[in-house]
Design a protein around this ligand. Structure first.
Ligand code: B12
Length: 221
């Protein structure tokens, strides 16, 4: 039954039916399904199929936008549930995260942010299309020790480098670890621009941030 519901949620992402995605996500939670299972076994695989169809030329931008809308709304529904599972955990560290200037892809970044806060980090999510000076100001304001930079376009990856330079210029580089990610980003790129770490997905990002804060990883929710 629960497997069937997860399949339906996945199909609703692929078919671009955001209202149905949100409704069934609510049903799954009410039925006792773990938020992480809804994410891993329904929403993410659905989004992967959408991405593949887009790459294959079968889907176009409107399909992506609708699928992304469903994903985003379902994530918002899951977030408090993920958080609730770690209510008692002391903040593991403070992180400022955002998608870099010129780039409006937000799903992966939001997922990383959600997973980090679900794992006990205090997360300040600056959103998308974020200029270097906003990262600098937020680090100063919050005393964050980790900065997460997301970029989904080959043209905006270079902005990650500019933000690292801006942190350096502001005298903050020694105080923060910079982690980078996004589909076109690689470990090699992270090394090239002088980032402190790279992770290919949200689970890896939590692992990385946890290691950087020098504490054992929390069990997955
Ligand atoms: C959905 C989508 C969109 C949606 C975004 C909606 C939204 N609100 O986010 C819309 C339709 C708006 C869109 C627009 C565009 N898109 Co688009 N989009 C995608 C798509 C299909 C999926 C991205 C996604 O959400 N994936 C799901 C998430 C969960 O994965 P993720 O983002 O990779 O994130 C994970 C990891 O990368 C990592 N991660 C991400 N961030 C971070 C940060 C840190 C710190 C760490 C550690 C890890 C980490 O963890 C995440 C979770 O596991 C991709 C295809 C693809 N295969 O990636 C194209 C894609 C990224 N888009 C592409 C393009 C070209 C565009 C447009 C330029 C199209 C256009 N002509 O207008 C515009 C860009 C506008 C802009 N200025 O940003 C290209 C990029 C090509 C390139 N190499 O540069 C892709 C690859 C599609 C393609 N095959 O051509 N897009």
């Amino acid at each position: 039954m629960s497997k069937e519901l997860l399949e339906k949620i996945k199909a609703s992402i692929v078919d671009g039916e955001p209202d149905l995605t949100v409704e069934m996500t609510g049903q799954a939670l009410a039925g006792g399904l773990e938020p992480m299972a809804i994410l891993d076994d329904a929403l993410l695989p659905g989004m992967q199929i959408v991405g593949q169809k887009f790459s294959d030329g079968e889907y176009f931008l409107p399909n992506l936008i609708v699928a992304a809308m469903g994903m985003k709304r379902a994530l918002a529904r899951l977030e408090p549930e993920l958080r609730a599972r770690h209510q008692t955990v002391k903040a593991a560290g403070t992180i400022v995260i955002g998608t870099v200037q010129g780039d409006i892809h937000e799903i992966g970044k939001t997922l990383v942010a959600t997973m980090l806060s679900a794992n006990g980090f205090e997360v300040h999510d600056l959103g998308v299309d974020v200029a270097a000076d906003r990262f600098v100001a937020k680090v100063k304001e919050t005393g964050a020790t980790i900065v997460g930079l997301s970029a989904l376009l080959t043209t905006t990856m270079t902005v990650q480098r500019s933000i690292i330079e801006a942190l350096q210029a502001a005298g903050l580089r020694d105080r923060v670890k910079v982690i980078v990610g996004g589909a076109p980003v690689s470990r090699q790129w992270a090394d090239e621009i002088g980032a402190d770490g790279y992770a290919e997905d949200a689970v890896g990002a939590v692992q990385l941030a946890t290691e950087m804060m020098g504490r054992a990883a929390l069990p997955r929710v």
